[in-house]
Design a binder for this molecule. Sequence first.
Ligand SMILES: *Cc1c(COP(=O)(O)O)cnc(C)c1O
Length: 355
Amino acid sequence: MIGRPRPAVSALPAYRPGRSAEMAEREHDITDAIKLASNELPFGPLPSVTAAIAAAAAETHLYADHRAEALRAELATRNGVAADQVMVGAGSVGLLQQLALTYLDPGDRVLFGWPSFEAYPVFAALVGAEVVRVPLVDHTNDLAAHADAIDDRTKLVMIANPNNPTGTAVGLGDVATLLDRVPPDCLVVLDEAYREFVTMESLGDPMPLLAEHPNLIILRTFSKAHGLASLRVGYGFAHPEVVTEIDKTLVPFIVNGVGQAAALASLAARDEMGDRVHQVVLERSRVIARLAELGHEVPDAQANFVWLPNGEEAAPLAERLERAGVVTRGFAGAGVRVTISTPEHNDRFLAALSS
Ligand SMILES: *Cc1c(COP(=O)(O)O)cnc(C)c1O
């Protein structure tokens, strides 16, 4: 062992990103593989966003605004909160890491449904915190069980809504009931990375809950519906005191200038962004209908992916799809998550599944 890595870190497995199409092509000696593994938008940046990126590219010799003040102000205006209630970070994953650094000591507890986003246990492990996994019910977060499982060591409750990898969402009523039961010194993090794709009406708008519940944090991102995953811009809303604490752990200048400019341009192009999200939502319905015809019942899909909860069949199915040039995300023993893409790519998946 070179140096003396912290035991919490040396015990962690290396981070494994989703497999790329190129990896699949090399490994299986195939061409034309497609990646439906990371819930990316299948469209490149909008013309106005590309123009903003090009303009910002001319400024890359300068550090960007560390706090992304212009972006915070715009997000505040559009969401009806004060600018000091807005946080911006290196993707919402960057903000999740900041949350762990800000609030968790060894022995503290962080609680979430399971299966859920794989980053949650990793960031907890990084700081030596304990995780409490609350089983999903019908592939859905069971917020009453979350509330029952909270004890005085629980400092963070994470809710991915919609949940990744199962795609289901919980309604605003359930979130409000949970908040009424959570002690005020325990933070509730509502991770709405896929909010824009939700069609379920009961999702509601959690923003008004911030006024009553200073322990609520709402996280969102430009990576999914806005199609800016590579630029790493995530944001969130919370009480100003929470924002002040979290900002102390923001790596200096990590939210880069190209990303800030692209995020602002993407907010200005909200209608076009909405059209693209709508295309994905229409494709989601089509894919689900076809899956049903093929005998695959999937949980209510509210994000830009579908979940095939096929247990022990998951790993072999993901392998078979990959050999056919369709890279998905298999969770061994649990299921396969497949990103909704263009009609052509979705047809490739459906054909590979039924062949
Ligand atoms: C994709 C995803 C994120 C967003 O990650 P970024 O760091 O913003 O790219 C956050 N939460 C969940 C549950 C996700 O699936």
